[in-house]
Design a protein. Structure first.
Length: 102
């Protein structure tokens, strides 16, 4: 799957970790709405993202997202990725809630 990212020494790219964290934030945001009325959540901004350790494709990653703010349709989340309880990535993401009426 990631054989081309540093051949012989595969790593999970930071953009993949960031997308996984954005998806996690989207799931968290959607859980606050009834299933029949959930908006779509799109990544609107990466306010900050830091990567502390390399992640290997075979490692189990725990993803967490916590909403820390909201202005109109914009929701801000603090996110983190952990392996064996050790933080490997942390940041702040902003999602835009798009209602189905649009």
């Amino acid at each position: 799957m990631l054989a081309g990212h540093f051949p012989g020494d595969p790593l999970v790219p930071g953009v993949i970790l960031t997308e996984a964290l954005a998806q996690t934030a989207g799931i968290a945001a959607a859980s606050a709405h009834p299933e029949h009325a959930r908006p779509r959540f799109l990544l609107s901004a990466i306010r900050q993202m830091k990567f502390f350790h390399a992640v290997r494709p075979e490692e189990r990653i725990v993803l967490r997202a916590r909403r820390v703010g909201a202005v109109d349709e914009l929701l801000q989340f603090e996110v983190e990725a952990l392996i064996d309880g050790k933080q490997v990535a942390r940041g702040q993401l902003v999602l835009n809630a798009l209602t189905k009426a649009r």
